[in-house]
Design a protein around this ligand. Structure first.
Ligand SMILES: *Cc1c(COP(=O)(O)O)cnc(C)c1O
Length: 347
């Protein structure tokens, strides 16, 4: 395999900065009878008067059991959005470096690039919403640091073929970020199982979708120890608050319940597809590996507005490249889905 040197990708200022060392970073031999006079906290206990664990060891240990990945290969963020932002700030030099995205895809990559003054090079997905490997490799230049692959992809709902992803991992000399926000709804295997094989791979997952915790904001980044430690250098020390850590632990400890909910969502996805196929103005229902369906209709904006009138909010994706007249329906509860189909049938 070609030589990959993470140091040549990290910004100089990140390499030389001295990370903030928090009060809670500097002791490691915890015991319950210790007296904490190190962090200027209010000493009267109310459940949240202490700073949270900056390394979230308990939550990571639970995740580690579920995902079978060592905690040294994990970094938690305030949503995937924070993880993505950290990746930009570690690897991309403002007004100099660039990234590659593959539209139609998740909008945050571009917003974060613009926030950080990073140029975005776009290569549209092909007709089957797969990456065009040669076109991607052709636009790479010495300043191309990151390639974003969202698989299963939002809003197209499909997964990228593993051969294609593998080619990109082997031939792209920067970091390949695979966003697996929807992986738990997919039959394809997570790239987590191949983390050891690719030193330039970052996998991002989230508790916002399948795990049903969009409100607590918890994203997870998995990568080599080298990548994780450089991200840790700039991570805000207490980025995951105490309430989030507790809630996450509670839910992760009951992941059988999570799996049961995923099964219900998958059944509902199947039911929705069958019902949508019978609606006259529905043109195409794309294959889905996620908890939503991308649906091409006769006139997306008109149908979107009609649904709003009926009290149902869906996502109009008609302005995304390759998605003309497409609506995106999240899979709801059985009751919600029945209502959607009932109303669609009256339009
Ligand atoms: C929903 C979603 C996320 C989740 O972001 P969070 O900040 O973790 O809530 C990430 N990536 C994609 C593609 C998504 O659709």
């Amino acid at each position: 395999m070609r030589k990959f040197n993470i140091n040549s990708l990290v910004r100089e200022n990140i390499k030389t900065l001295k990370p903030y060392s928090s009060a809670r970073d500097e002791y490691d031999k915890w015991s319950s009878d210790m007296v904490f006079l190190d962090a200027n906290e209010n000493p009267f206990e109310n459940g949240v008067n202490r700073y949270p664990d900056p390394q979230q060891i308990v939550v990571k240990t639970k995740l580690s059991e579920i995902k079978n990945i060592p905690i040294e290969n994990m970094l938690l963020g305030n949503g995937s959005d924070e993880v993505l932002d950290l990746i930009f700030r570690v690897f991309c030099e403002p007004n100099k470096d660039n990234i590659i995205t593959l539209p139609p895809t998740y909008g945050m990559y571009e917003v974060l690039a613009q926030t950080n003054a990073i140029e975005v090079q776009k290569i549209q997905l092909d007709q089957s919403f797969q990456p065009k490997v040669q076109n991607i490799l052709d636009i790479v230049n010495p300043f191309t640091k990151l390639l974003f692959l969202c698989s299963p992809n939002n809003p197209t709902a499909n997964s990228f073929e593993s051969k294609i992803v593998e080619q990109l991992l082997h031939n792209f000399n920067g970091i390949v970020v695979i966003d697996e926000a929807y992986i738990d709804f997919s039959n394809t295997e997570s790239w987590l199982s191949r983390l050891d094989e690719f030193p330039n791979l970052i996998v991002i997952q989230t508790l916002s979708k399948a795990y049903g915790m969009a409100g607590i904001r918890l994203g997870v980044c998995y990568a080599s120890v080298e990548i994780i430690s450089v991200l840790n250098r700039i991570k805000p020390p207490y980025n995951i608050n105490e309430l989030t850590q507790r809630k996450a632990l509670e839910r992760l400890s009951d992941y059988k319940l999570v799996f049961a909910e995923i099964q219900k969502i998958l059944e509902q996805r199947k039911w929705l597809r069958t019902e949508l196929e019978m609606i006259a103005f529905v043109d195409t229902i794309y294959p889905s590996d996620a908890n939503f369906l991308l649906v091409k209709v006769d006139n997306a904006t008109m149908r979107y507005n009609q649904l709003i009138e009926k009290g149902i909010v869906v996502r109009n994706r008609t302005n995304e490249p390759g998605c003309t007249n497409c609506l995106r329906f999240s899979v709801g509860t059985q009751m919600e889905n029945i209502k959607l189909i009932k109303e669609l049938n009256t339009l």
